[in-house]
Write a protein that binds this ligand. Structure first.
Ligand code: DU
Ligand code: SF4
Length: 227
């Protein structure tokens, strides 16, 4: 189907020289010692989940030793432990953990993508890399538009990426541009006359979860609204 073709095209993208170099150098010589016996994916992270989903989750970017290792969104790092446990509690995932491709994990009713699809140094993509990778998000939103009802972004970079993509593909975005915040909700009118709800959620990174800035009830609340 078209989403599968999109994911296949994304997974061989080389448009950002700095990120191509970083993702491949981590895969070659920057591997964490505890994963030294594993092959690393070392490529863009394709979307994961239900191709016909009414809900979309947009993260920031793959982690160098997470998705960049396992090849699956939010798989193999502590952010992933949080998001998949929550997706299981709220009925989107058939199991609470995501270890590796082939572990039996399936999502129903949600697809997960990232604003930037290659692991960036220090988790910080440049403005140009965010703009370049936005072209893939445009295509994801266009393919999803006929069945899409709601989007949750994890963090402000995903929020800004969705609003920019929405404008490029002709959706109506309120002006001034709505500001990201945890639990903020905005309605976007698509070109085909449907309405997509955009929900902000603090990112599930250890920076937020270890400090208690994002708790499990806060995350579950936004996921229930996404449903
Ligand atoms: O081979 P495939 O049916 O396109 O699935 C690829 C990948 O996506 C598989 O690991 C399961 C996952 N997936 C899912 O989580 N939910 C779906 O509804 C369909 C596929
Ligand atoms: Fe391609 Fe996006 Fe990776 Fe840049 S970040 S190389 S646009 S997949």
């Amino acid at each position: 189907d078209d989403v599968a073709v999109l994911d296949a095209r994304v997974s061989v993208c080389r448009a950002c020289p700095r990120l191509v170099a970083w993702r491949e150098s981590v895969a070659r010589e920057g591997r964490r010692a505890s994963f030294a016996d594993q092959p690393y994916w070392g490529r863009p992270g394709p979307g994961f989940g239900d191709p016909d989903a009414p809900a979309l989750i947009v993260g920031l970017a793959p982690a160098a030793n997470g998705t960049n290792r396992t090849g699956r969104m939010f798989t193999g790092d502590r952010s992933g432990d949080w998001i998949y446990a929550a997706l299981h509690r709220t009925g989107f995932a058939n199991q609470p953990t995501s270890e590796h491709a082939g572990d039996g994990l399936e999502l129903t009713g949600v697809r997960i993508v990232a604003a930037v699809r290659c692991a960036p140094p220090e988790n910080k993509p440049t403005p140009q890399e965010r703009a370049t990778c936005g072209a893939w998000l445009d295509r994801d939103l266009q393919l999803a538009e006929p069945h899409l009802r709601s989007i949750m972004t994890l963090g402000a970079i995903g929020w800004d990426a969705v609003l920019a993509a929405a404008r490029r593909i002709g959706w109506e975005v309120p002006r001034p541009k709505p500001r990201f915040g945890h639990g903020v909700e905005v309605e976007l009118a698509t070109g085909s006359g449907t309405v997509v709800r955009l929900l902000g959620c603090y990112h599930v990174s250890p920076h937020n979860t270890f400090t208690g800035r994002l708790t499990e009830p806060m995350l579950d609340d936004v996921l229930r609204r996404l449903r």
